[in-house]
Design a protein. Structure first.
Lengths: 471, 179
């Protein structure tokens, strides 16, 4: 066991603010790595110290980040989410430099980052997966067999596999994840082309050309289970519903997942813990599932080996500080919680306030925030890195703030959400606020349990002139 | 360190019992404005502390960050011609006075890419024939790839920004001699 006294936070934006706050509450010195674009940001003002690491993309350099941690005399690096958070090279470089990486070990990061390896682990742990498997792009010199024991036959002929799965099929990139590198194929004639293009794009985007097919299930919901492990024991911290998405990216999340049914909910939690045990999971992670509530069926999608954007809804219903738990695990204290000691109370909903124009296909809207007013009061939490005068640089993602509301039950949380959204005012950049307000007032959303394609269809109905890219 | 959500909640609990509708609290470190509205309270917080920079150790600030491994964007493709000065900002695509050239401008601020992916050939070179719908580059803004089209039929006369260079909003990316 080791006591962490100084953490280098290798991230920016709201998650940097979030991690700084827990560090300061725990009496841990928070040193923030900042790019030139973020030198004057809110997290830079809140951190105990800042260390300049270079141009806008410096957050992506393992050598620069580890060098900054060594220079700052930090005991540990917290990677936040995105950037290097799930990069096994950072975990290894930390180990080599004698610095604690706040996250799972390199082997788990590798297994989670390779979607085919993760799928094989899920099969080994007894989780249901969608029919599918790795395929070869047409033509010579396909990729080597990546799948391991779960796919003894190796990459298959795409046409034959798709025929067996049944159309429509989804073409996915082994190195992708988080909604990137997805492609739906409805027509067998379009399959070969889709596989070839997906493979070329995957090579360009992730440096890995391997693709696989899975059955495309629609309508379906996206439900995930939060895990916490210490390398031996693994517990779950409940579930979240993240079905409200635009462009395969989450916009609204809630905990617990509404209208799931207790049998299904318990089965998913048990399955997620089984996968965590199979991986000897250490730290905070999330197992994502696709759910068909009408048939009470669910399938493993992927595992995310980091803290997630939507973690505050879990904190709201469990009363836990997940960053504090991450740090405790990183210090080698072992799990401080037993499954029985984790209680769940109430309902929480998170809305992502992004610098995007929903009326223009969610086009990004960088610029300078001229004013930022947020709601305050019981059951309301706002995680943000913006204030009047904050720059919203074009080099980074568009998340400005997360509005998290909670109540004794979903109706109370929803009522608070509507009042809270009405009190949000962000000027200077275009935001998703008007869309979120309209959506919070919609009867179908209020009923709960919408599926993944709902937001796109709802928007086309509400604003027929707007065509979403949500395909 | 400034106010936490819990601090704000404590202040609100106190304010709720008082007849005031607004609190404007400023210290050396922060300013907090709380206002009572028909729907409930609003907060407007401002951190006023200056960042406390560590002096950068020798070598660190000079350490060039490595290539963004597996970054979503198309990084360095075929090197462009020597970067010319960034184009004049503001204004949509339009004729450059007198030159007979049409400027293709960045629709959003972001990183300009000349090729669809690393290692691929650039979309266009000087002398390329283009149609109005020909894609001549990509501007990456907030992780979203925005294709830039020529907007006019003609020939590429000049490429004004190098690959992976930052383009301001409305910056001239290239100039086209219209047919």
């Amino acid at each position: 066991m080791f006591i962490i006294r100084r953490i280098l936070i290798a991230n920016r934006g709201e998650i940097a603010v979030r991690v700084i706050r827990t560090c300061q509450r725990l009496g841990i010195e928070a040193v923030l790595a900042t790019s030139g674009a973020d030198a004057d940001s809110v997290p830079a003002r809140l951190a105990d110290r800042t260390i300049m690491i270079g141009p806008a993309d410096a957050y992506l350099s393992v050598e620069t980040v580890v060098g900054a941690a060594v220079a700052a005399g930090a005991d540990a690096i917290h990677p936040g989410y995105g950037f290097l958070a799930e990069n096994p090279r950072l975990a290894r470089a930390c180990e080599a430099a004698g610095i604690i990486f706040v996250g799972p070990g390199a082997e788990v990061l590798e297994a989670a980052g390779d979607k085919l390896a993760a799928r094989a682990h899920a099969v080994a742990a007894g989780l249901p997966v969608l029919p599918g498997g790795p395929v070869l792009p047409a033509g010579p010199a396909g990729p080597a067999d990546p799948a391991g024991p779960a796919d003894p036959a190796g990459p298959a002929d795409a046409g034959a596999l798709a025929q067996r799965i049944g159309y429509p099929v989804l073409v996915k990139a082994a190195g992708g994840g988080g909604g990137r590198g997805l492609r739906v194929v409805r027509d067998p004639a379009a399959l070969a082309e889709a596989v070839a293009v997906a493979s070329a794009e995957a090579q360009a985007a992730f440096g890995d050309p391997r693709v696989y097919l899975e059955r495309y299930v629609s309508p379906a919901r996206h439900v995930e289970v939060q895990l916490l492990g210490d390398g031996q024991d693994v517990i779950h911290l409940g579930d979240r519903d993240c079905s409200v998405q635009r462009r395969h990216q989450k916009l609204v999340e809630e905990a617990p997942a509404p209208l799931l049914g207790e049998t299904l909910r318990v089965s998913m939690r048990v399955a997620a813990v089984a996968l965590g045990l199979q991986l000897k999971y250490q730290g905070l992670g999330t197992v994502e599932f696709l759910v068909d509530t009408r048939r009470a069926a669910f399938w493993f999608l992927e595992i995310n080996a980091r803290i997630q954007v939507e973690h505050p809804v879990t904190e709201a219903v469990t009363g836990l500080d997940l960053v504090e738990e991450q740090i405790a695990i990183a210090e080698g204290r072992g799990l401080r919680l037993s499954q029985a000691s984790v209680g769940f109370a109430g309902h929480a909903i998170e809305c992502r306030i992004n610098a995007e124009d929903p009326a223009a296909g969610f086009r990004p809207s960088p610029g300078t925030v001229t004013s930022a007013v947020f709601p305050a009061g019981p059951g309301i939490r706002v995680d943000t890195h913006i204030q009047a005068g904050s720059a919203v640089p074009p080099q980074y993602d568009s998340l400005l703030a997360k509005l998290v509301v909670s109540g004794a039950d979903r109706p109370q949380a929803l009522a608070r959400l509507r009042g809270a959204l009405a009190r949000c005012q962000v000027a200077g950049v275009t935001t998703t606020l008007p869309l979120l307000s309209a959506m919070a007032g919609d009867a179908r959303f209020a009923a709960g349990g919408v599926e993944v394609g709902w937001l796109a269809r709802w928007r086309e109905r509400e604003t027929p002139s707007v065509r979403d890219e949500n395909g | 360190m400034d106010l936490t959500n819990e601090d704000v909640a404590d202040v609100l609990a106190l304010l709720d019992s008082l007849p005031y509708d607004e609190l404007d609290l400023q210290t050396a470190r922060f300013r907090l404005i709380l206002r009572r509205t028909a729907d409930g309270w609003t907060q407007s917080a401002q951190s006023l502390s200056a960042p406390a920079g560590l002096s950068a150790p020798a070598g660190l600030d000079a350490a060039a960050p490595g290539p963004p491994a597996a970054a979503p964007g198309p990084p360095a493709a075929a090197p462009g011609p020597p970067a010319a000065a960034p184009g004049s900002p503001a204004g949509g695509a339009g004729a450059d006075a007198g030159a007979g050239l049409v400027a293709v401008r960045a629709p959003l601020p972001g990183t300009f890419y000349r090729a669809p992916r690393p290692g691929a050939a650039p979309f266009v070179e000087v002398g390329s024939q283009v149609g109005a719908d020909t894609v001549v580059g990509i501007v990456e803004t907030m992780k979203l790839m925005n294709s830039v089209t020529a907007g006019v039929d003609g020939t590429v006369a000049e490429i004004c920004l190098g690959n992976a260079e930052f383009a301001a909003h409305g910056a001239t990316l290239l100039r086209i001699r219209a047919d």
